[in-house]
Design a protein around this ligand. Structure first.
Ligand SMILES: C[S@@+](CC[C@H](N)C(=O)[O-])C[C@H]1O[C@@H](n2cnc3c(N)ncnc32)[C@H](O)[C@@H]1O
Length: 401
């Protein structure tokens, strides 16, 4: 039977039970509470136009609204990511929870978790999304959830303090409102973008600071409004782009583009390449002049840029040169070896720095959860801690174990 045939004969409840089983098998759901919430909420009611196999796919988002360039600005997030974040949030009955970025489905899951004694508020910057979420919530029987139209950058002060704040849009920073509206023992779960790469981070308070309890790879549409990121991006040529959010990085698009036309040199680290998301975080935070290189499939197929750049790869750039990560099979171990591709007059020096990091990570930090991420609110001091990234409202500082 094809999956199309499937959707015409299978009841939504059967799709839902399969989804919950698969989320448990993949360790996205690990608690009975989150499992029960996913088993209760009719996900398809929040994606009425999507076929059931799409609505109940673990890893697919469901488009809700696009901008004038056809880019998604609102989607129903993938069930897998929602499960991971709700586990990170560790929500208990009776809690007060604020969700930033609405859609309805995730708020309904949270309502299941907090029960009738708890309180769920969801805020979105887009009136269409708030209206749609309200309608879906009411139709599915979740009229207790409060919907608010506002820029989530300011939080929702009326309902504070919150036991949990869950951000479901990629944030470039942590505004003071989220910290001040978080209760003393509260937890903030936020997909924070640092140097172009995003992790859903569960932060608890540590004095004036926030400290990570867990972090997981996450992809989200970017935040709009006051908190929108102000990254520098440049299209070097059709299908090749670089971006950086670090003001200290030299950014000469023309010279970088010319570098790509110079000889391509490969350097191999002799170190293992695996746990790509952990390695990516380490590289992004430790490169001295970091950017992110993106290439389209056509460019990769042409051989100009490595496949590592298809989803964006940490790059080390100077005024006129670029180095970025690649990999090759290691026949001895059956795994992969990491390496560097470099272009431009300073390519070899950049590759040298890059290789040192690849080796250091493989030797010392090659495991899940090796990073502890802190957010230090307030103006950045002149002497930043090592591996730290200044933001508008504070500093992200990362240590490796
Ligand atoms: C991935 S969707 C949210 C998914 C949703 N939580 C669900 O249940 O699947 C991200 C949402 O964030 C919203 N958004 C973007 N910037 C925002 C901001 N500054 N404040 C509040 N919402 C924002 C977008 O309008 C979009 O609807």
């Amino acid at each position: 039977m094809t999956s199309n045939d499937d959707s015409t004969v299978r009841e939504p409840a059967v799709w839902r039970a399969d989804m919950v089983r698969a989320l448990r098998d993949q360790d996205a759901i690990v608690s009975e509470r989150v499992s029960a919430a996913f088993a209760s909420v009719p996900r398809h009611r929040f994606a009425p136009d999507a076929p059931l196999e799409v609505a109940y796919d673990l890893h697919r988002t469901v488009p809700v609204k696009k901008d004038e360039h056809g880019q998604d600005i609102s989607v129903m997030s993938a069930a897998h990511l929602q499960a991971v974040m709700l586990e990170q949030a560790d929500i208990a009955p009776g809690m007060k929870v604020l969700e930033i970025g609405s859609g309805g489905y995730n708020a309904a899951l949270i309502q299941e978790l907090v029960g009738n004694e708890g309180m769920v508020t969801t805020v979105d910057i887009d009136r269409d999304i708030v209206d749609r979420a309200r309608q879906c919530l009411d139709h599915a029987g979740y009229d207790l959830v409060k919907t608010v139209l506002s820029d989530g950058e300011a939080g929702v002060p009326g309902g504070a303090p919150y036991d949990r704040i869950i951000v479901t849009v990629a944030a470039w920073d942590i505004p003071p409102s989220w910290i001040s509206q978080l209760g003393e023992a509260g937890r903030l779960v936020v997909p924070l973008t640092v140097r172009g790469t995003t992790r859903s981070i569960a932060f608890d308070r540590d004095g004036e600071d926030l400290v990570s309890r867990s972090y997981r790879l996450a992809r989200f549409v970017p935040m709009q409004g006051e908190g929108a990121s102000k990254e520098r991006k440049a299209l070097l040529r059709e299908g090749v782009a670089v971006q950086t959010d670090d003001a200290r990085v030299p950014f000469h698009a023309k010279a970088l583009n010319s570098a790509l036309d110079t000889a391509r040199r490969e350097f191999w680290s002799g170190a293992a390449y695996d746990l790509p998301d952990e390695l990516e975080l380490y590289l992004s935070l430790n490169l001295s002049s970091p950017a992110r290189l993106h290439a389209s499939k056509d460019v990769v197929d042409s051989g100009l840029v490595e496949a590592s750049a298809l989803l964006g790869v940490p790059a080390l750039i100077s005024e006129d040169s670029i180095a970025y990560r690649t990999r090759r099979e290691n026949e001895d171990t059956g795994g992969f070896e990491s390496g560097v591709v470099a272009h431009g007059p300073q390519g070899e020096a950049l590759a040298d720095e890059y290789l040192k990091l690849l080796r250091c990570w493989a030797q010392n930090h090659r495991r899940r959860g090796a990073a502890t991420i802190r957010f230090l609110p307030g103006p950045a001091s002149s002497s930043l801690p090592e591996n730290s990234v200044p933001k508008r409202h504070g500093v992200v500082a990362v240590s490796w174990h």
